[in-house]
Design a protein around this ligand. Structure first.
Ligand code: NAD
Length: 291
């Protein structure tokens, strides 16, 4: 069993980006600028946004963090997004999800200029993805593709089972893995909460992408020998022995599953850092269209 190490692969991507940004700077061109919007004080969201801002610093991007109280109205938030849409210096806009219940995720996503939608959630970008056109690929599935590419995982002709059908992970992941690309060219089965006999599908899989948000759901008896497993899940599970009061758990029971795998991602240190690296790549790509 080998580890698909997201820390190593994301570092390689960030190192390349740092060189590219230094080059832009040396040529007097525009430097990528990511604007991150955080609403409220959700602990996990705070951590994710802080990691994204830190990654911007590492690669030499400009970043702006815009914070709002939990009570901000949807109208006010949309006004801010429109301001960012119209600011020529901003290349990428990221609104950290989830948002408070009184604000519609859909309305917010639809308001972001598709050309600055570096999370790749806007329907225009999802539509372009479906048609195999150049687009901003949603950061988590894009990060997973970059991870498979980094470790030269053979995917063509393999059977990939994606567990979860969310718009931000499962569904775009299934499209990417089935695309005529490398990585890609998989035969894909997408499973979800209403799938019957999930174990049977998983046992047929050469590649499993677990993105359901249920800690340690995928057990050893669901996995055949030699499977490649990408564990997208991140759930905070209470743990009184830790200062933070929690530990992070993936969707895969790592200890029992890993020995059966050819490759597996750890949690943390797998998909999480790759999501951030993919976001950086999308932001860079947005910037260079303006240079
Ligand atoms: P979601 O809740 O939107 O979707 C979960 C999906 O899992 C649904 O489509 C549902 O049908 C399916 N599902 C639920 N129970 C199931 C079951 N018993 N059997 C089969 N399918 C089942 O979640 P999401 O936003 O796609 O995120 C999934 C997980 O990935 C979460 O833990 C989330 O925190 C994590 N995540 C991690 C990153 C990262 O950067 N590492 C990014 C995004 C999401």
């Amino acid at each position: 069993m080998k580890i698909l190490d997201g820390k190593i692969a994301s570092q390689a991507i960030k190192d390349e980006l740092r060189i590219d940004v230094a080059q832009l700077s040396a040529e007097g061109k525009k430097i990528p600028h990511l604007a991150a919007v955080l609403v409220g004080n959700n602990g996990a969201s705070e951590t994710y946004v802080a990691a994204k801002v830190k990654a911007c610093e590492e690669v030499g991007f400009i970043s702006t963090l815009i914070r709002f109280e939990e009570s901000i109205s949807e109208a006010k938030l949309l006004t801010k997004i429109n301001e960012l849409n119209n600011d020529p210096d901003v290349d990428g806009i990221l609104v950290q999800l989830p948002l408070p219940k009184h604000i519609s995720d859909e309305e917010v996503i639809n308001t972001i200029d598709p050309d600055k939608d570096v999370d790749g959630f806007h329907p225009v970008n999802i539509g372009r993805l479906m048609q195999g056109l150049s687009t901003y690929i949603p950061a988590t599935p894009y990060g997973i593709m970059l991870l498979l590419e980094h470790y030269k995982i053979e995917t063509a002709g393999k059977h990939a089972v994606v567990i979860g059908r969310s718009n931000i992970v499962g569904r775009p992941m299934s499209v990417l893995l089935s695309s005529n690309t490398n990585p890609g060219n998989c035969t894909v089965t997408i499973c979800h909460s209403k799938t019957k006999n999930l174990n049977d599908y998983c046992l047929q899989a050469d590649i499993i992408i677990a993105a359901l948000g249920k800690p340690e759901f995928v057990k050893a008896d669901m996995v055949k020998e030699g499977t490649v497993i990408v564990d997208v899940g991140i759930t905070r599970v209470p743990d009184n022995t830790r200062k933070s009061g929690f530990k992070l758990k993936g969707d895969v029971a790592f200890e029992e599953v890993a020995p059966k795998c050819s490759w597996i991602t750890p949690v943390p240190g797998g998909v999480g850092p790759m999501t951030i690296a993919a976001l950086m790549k999308n932001t860079y790509n947005s910037c260079i269209t303006k240079n």
